[in-house]
Design a protein around this ligand. Structure first.
Ligand code: PLP
Length: 414
């Protein structure tokens, strides 16, 4: 009996074929590996990221575009972003240091995160970063740090809303959460921050991640506008800035399609046109991670072994979940489904076999592709795993089993 193949997600647009091989930014995958000094290798195409930004600007004019560093903190990528986005959102002192290392001004940085250390708070205040306060105790610590430094700290409040982004891959708002201050407790806290002399920056509402549903994103933005207007009025404070969150998703799996950005832009524009008077002069920003960089990244890993077991074919790659945990289905997925994958060195060849693509780690968790219809590959061929630009290298357990980290390069930054 032959093994039935299982579907995979769509290969993102923007890649080409040269001489039967996958090309990234106009160069064959194998040549990128040679230039980088070997594989496993993450290649990030800056040209594709720039295209994303241009489509954001066209669809959401006047909305600030922030990059969520958590998605991919590679230094050359941050430097590339620094010239092109309106700000950055970080969630640790390490991310702050990474931005400072490439010369990003603290005034462009917002710092959220449920457990900020005193040292991180002090570094952020000294650097002019806006802290997104997530608890009354954290507010005390920030005000004290500001007083010690002789600086009025830039403070916003991250609100735990009373709604969540419907259908999001990861929910981070609504109900009991470790993130943000419950909406009902926000007005009193906002009044306290302003009275204590903070440089008041407004509100941050993050309702969820990885949504492909424009209507759901708009509904969450509409709810956010209503919520922050209500909170500002209840607190008697202005709202200089409102971070509307993000949640723009990318298609990873079969049956998923790209987010309709124009629909998001149109819905948000309509909501802004009728916003409450208290928000008339508010600056609105959206914070995006994976939507900006996820589809621009490809993880390249050579086939080490082609083997058979009881009638099934396994391609064992030099690579795996220690670099690209999400593709194994072990990063926040309930069920494992195939990411888009190809044999980079035979991308134009017909799929003539069904194979499992597994990593080199000695654990059954390390499966990068399950029962995929692929061209026949041999040891030495390169596997390309797509959608690897976000939550790949930095979100995977690189130390697990001692194979070492992957290489990473940003290409096409010109
Ligand atoms: C993780 C996170 C993001 C980025 O999420 P993406 O799905 O990569 O866009 C943005 N903001 C906050 C607060 C986050 O926690």
């Amino acid at each position: 009996m032959t093994l039935m193949s299982k579907p995979m997600g769509p290969i993102p647009p923007g890649f080409a074929t040269i001489d039967g091989e996958l090309a990234i930014a106009g160069v064959r995958a194998r040549d990128w590996v040679a230039r980088a000094g070997g594989a496993p290798l993450f290649v990030y195409d800056a040209g594709l990221i720039a295209q994303r930004m241009a489509s954001f600007r066209a669809a959401l004019p006047g909305i600030g575009l922030h990059y969520a560093v958590k998605a991919n903190p590679l230094a050359p990528l941050l430097a590339f972003m620094a010239d092109r986005v309106d700000g950055f959102d970080i969630a640790s002192g390490g991310e702050l240091a990474a931005l400072q290392a490439v010369g990003v001004d603290g005034a462009l940085i917002g710092f959220a995160g449920p457990g900020k250390r005193d040292a991180d708070i002090a570094a952020a205040i000294a650097g002019g970063v806006t802290l997104h306060i997530e608890s009354p105790h954290e507010a005390d610590r920030a005000l004290e740090a500001g007083a010690r430094a002789g600086i009025a700290p830039r403070l916003a409040i991250r609100v735990n809303p009373d709604f969540q982004l419907a259908g999001a891959g990861m929910r981070m708002g609504g109900g009991a959460r470790p993130f943000g201050v419950d909406a009902e407790a926000v007005p009193a806290l906002a009044r306290r921050l302003v009275a204590a002399g903070a440089d008041w920056r407004g509100f941050h509402v993050y309702a969820g991640s990885q949504s492909l549903d424009a209507a759901a994103i708009v509904a969450s933005q509409v709810a956010t506008l209503e919520l922050v207007a209500r909170l500002g009025e209840a607190a008697g404070v202005l709202v200089p800035r409102c971070n509307l969150g993000g949640g723009f998703g990318i298609p990873y799996h079969a049956g998923q399609t790209s987010l309709d950005l124009d629909a998001v832009g149109a819905g948000l524009a309509q909501a802004l046109a009728t916003r409450a008077p208290i928000l008339a002069d508010t600056r609105f920003v959206v914070e995006l991670g994976r939507w900006l960089v996820g589809e621009a990244g490809v993880y390249l890993a050579p086939v080490i072994e082609r083997k058979h077991s009881r009638g099934e074919t396994f391609l064992v790659i030099d690579g795996g979940l220690h670099h690209q945990l999400a593709a194994s289905g072990n990063f926040g997925s309930v069920i494992r489904r195939n990411y888009p994958l190809a044999i980079a060195t035979r991308i134009a060849a017909p799929a003539d076999e069904v194979a499992h693509v597994v990593g080199c780690l000695c654990t059954p968790l390390d499966r990068m592709g399950d029962a995929l219809a692929l061209p026949r590959a041999e040891a030495g061929d390169l596997v390309a795993l797509f959608c690897a630009g976000a939550y790949g290298a930095s979100a995977s357990p690189a130390a697990f089993l001692g194979h070492g980290p992957a290489r990473e390069i940003l290409v096409g930054a010109g």
